[in-house]
Design a protein around this ligand. Sequence first.
Ligand SMILES: Nc1ncnc2c1ncn2[C@@H]1O[C@H](COP(=O)(O)OP(=O)(O)OP(=O)(O)O)[C@@H](O)[C@H]1O
Length: 354
Amino acid sequence: MKNFYWFKQIANNGKSENRLSLGEYKRAVSWSKYLVSSGAEIKGEGEEEWGADMSQLFIGNKFASGRHSRIYRGIYKQRDVAIKLISQPEEDENLASMLENQFISEVALLFRLRHPNIITFFAACKKAPVFCIITEYLAGGSLRKYLHHQEPHSVPLNLVLKLALDIARGMQYLHSQGILHRDLKSENLLLGEDMCVKVADFGISCLESQCGSTKGFTGTYRWMAPEMIKEKPHTKKVDVYSFGIVLWELLTALIPFDNMTPEQAAFAVSQKNARPPLPPACPMALSHLINKCWSRNPDKRPHFDKIVSLLKSYAESLERDPEFFSSFKPSSDHTFLLCFPKCIARHRSASIKA
Ligand SMILES: Nc1ncnc2c1ncn2[C@@H]1O[C@H](COP(=O)(O)OP(=O)(O)OP(=O)(O)O)[C@@H](O)[C@H]1O
């Protein structure tokens, strides 16, 4: 009875497409029985703050999967939510304890984050071997899915800048909180209303003061900074590298290194300093920024504060003048990012005089 109550379908006016298939229902029940049997029991560090009130949770369809998770739509306290269920495998103790640690760390980080470009966390529940994380549901799906449906090189520049600015603002906030994301990629960027992007999936994120080695992490090589591929000590700048790759994705709508396996891409990036090819039509200002972001030397990569002010000025300039990018050429020296946005103001007054 309790199971039935907990897994009450999302009604949606009784439309059949919102019903769980028998297989999905059985799987959901099998993963959830542990949660249900614990009721709304509150245990463990911090759980009194983030522990879900199970009587308010309704699970609907499974709509996505991660490597060790299944993501369901649902309703929590009358809000549309996504429920990530993570199940520990019985047969692999190491993986089970890694997943538990990831869950604890993801919840602890999400709990303290509040920003329009970061996914909103509502609650979580923990009853080994199943854990759940309840967040706002973002109807637009992942940025990767969106790009997959676009023709290559077809996303308009004003949209590229808007999306990039949302991501950069989310990352600027994250870094201001002393947090490294470490798995920034288009799959972990979700689209909400009005094409607003939100950063999600904090499974391998860490507080800068506590980031240990990445040994054993299965991050995503195509987006991964060379120092992280080499399992060397790393800083916030690993996210700036990944942001450079995401910016390239926005401009091309392609998957980075799609002619290589992830391992080949990792080798090419870390050993041969390979990067995805910049499209010939890429505005020089953006190729300059991307090149800075994915520099081999982390110190040469700009901070998100700089990236945000740069993208904001580009977006404003493009709105005022649709030809802005064809005339604007950033200086190739390293002072460009440092003197920005004065450089743009100087450039604009020079071109007005000319
Ligand atoms: N809140 C949400 N709203 C809409 N879609 C979501 C939401 N959360 C997750 N998704 C979808 O589910 C996919 C997987 O989610 P997520 O990355 O959080 O799972 P994961 O287990 O950490 O995956 P992996 O470890 O394999 O990267 C996302 O790429 C996205 O398509």
